[in-house]
Design a protein around this ligand. Sequence first.
Ligand code: BTN
Length: 254
Amino acid sequence: EEYLNTEFIGRNIYYFDTVDSTNIKAKELAMEVEEGTVVIAEEQTKGKGRLGRDWLSPKGKGIWMSIVLKPQLPPSEVAKLTLIGAAAVSKALEEIGIESYIKWPNDIIVQGKKICGILTEMSCELNMINYVIMGIGINVNLENKDFSKELVDKATSLKEIIGHSVDRKKLLGAILNHFEDLYIPFKNAGDISKVINISKEKSILIGKKIRIIQGETERTGKALDIDEEGRLIVEYEDGTVDSIFSGEVSIRGL
Ligand code: BTN
């Protein structure tokens, strides 16, 4: 609260000790709550990651939250919201002195390991968005021993990186402040120019060789840029250039 400077993002907070998933809770509440409502929990027993994966969410050690959004836009615009979320997290980390990278479209990387993931879900009707649930998970005060053997090489926490605990409330406030700052121009005027600048500045992919997995097919190429619509521009090995919408691919640095 004392860290929040927003008009409506995070002004209404549902706080839980334990939930299955804040995204599930947020979906249940979405139709009856105001835009910007945040569902947050100390612990998730069924934290959800992308592509049906689980998301490790031990008690008191992370920021496990979902933001309810109600932009009056077609569903094709929803990918941009994920970029707004990633940019807001990256900016908030910068504010507390942590340098991070965005692995387009929805992971935040610090020192080569993942510290944050975003799971955006939506409900729409007649080609308009009813609501969007933006689930953000940040590994704040986990320790290496909290991660499984498979995860420990790929994921880390802020505490492991800086060597001491991080104030979750302060970080949460900073994220929500940056989120609103980037969301309002998008909602009111479709303007994501600031978001694109941040996405490019913090991109871990641009200039690198990447692997693009689309369902069963896998291709390699080079990430060239992020365009004004938030698409990743890729040059494949045969020289063809394509732009990719977020959501339809997963990408791994080679
Ligand atoms: C990913 O990188 O796969 C996305 C992870 C998203 C995790 C967050 S934690 C809060 C919210 N509730 C969930 O169940 N998932 C998201």
